[in-house]
Design a protein around this ligand. Sequence first.
Ligand SMILES: CC(C)(COP(=O)(O)OP(=O)(O)OC[C@H]1O[C@@H](n2cnc3c(N)ncnc32)[C@H](O)[C@@H]1OP(=O)(O)O)[C@@H](O)C(=O)NCCC(=O)NCCS
Length: 178
Amino acid sequence: MKIIIETERLLLREITFDDQEVLFKLHSDPEVQKYTGEPVVTSMEEMKKAIELRIMNYKKYGYGRWATVLKSGKQFVGWAGLAYLPEFDEVDLGYRFLPEYWGSGLATEASNAILNYAFDVLKLDKIVAIAMKENKASIRVMEKVGMEFDKLAPYEPGSENAVWYWCDKKLIAKNKSQ
Ligand SMILES: CC(C)(COP(=O)(O)OP(=O)(O)OC[C@H]1O[C@@H](n2cnc3c(N)ncnc32)[C@H](O)[C@@H]1OP(=O)(O)O)[C@@H](O)C(=O)NCCC(=O)NCCS
């Protein structure tokens, strides 16, 4: 198991095919998918294809969306990580957790560590995060980690405006020192 990041409560590691059932539980939940712009996943076949893509992206870019597991007990709680968006030439921070773990700061904890890793280890210059306007919890996480509002713009051509946040290492340092 390749551990990428360790935080106070979480381990972030690469997703593998062994995660297909827990990932299916997450991606087939309408409450989880509600503000992601993605439909619920309805078959294990679909889930396997999505995992295949994740694994390919680790190889292609050297980063990706990582499984987040609790250090205590090793339960899978969701995923968080980075994705290269070729259509915008940007690197996106994303997160998705099982509802029973919402509201305890896990997305913020994972995101803080991911941003440090992105700037200090991967040497990336800029990270964006994108959410539907209604996704107040996601936008709050972006604010809590020190990102700033950039623009309202579609995430996909022809789709509704989404909320775009951004940060670089300097901005995070400035916002964290306030
Ligand atoms: C978005 C998500 C990852 C947040 O995870 P989390 O672990 O609950 O996040 P945190 O606990 O670190 O922080 C959530 C913050 O949002 C706030 N919040 C939650 N729901 C809110 C709402 N409806 N309105 C305003 N603020 C809200 C919380 O109070 C908390 O802020 P606070 O610490 O200032 O009180 C989680 O809700 C999730 O997985 N949602 C489904 C998938 C998703 O939408 N992913 C993002 C796609 S852009």
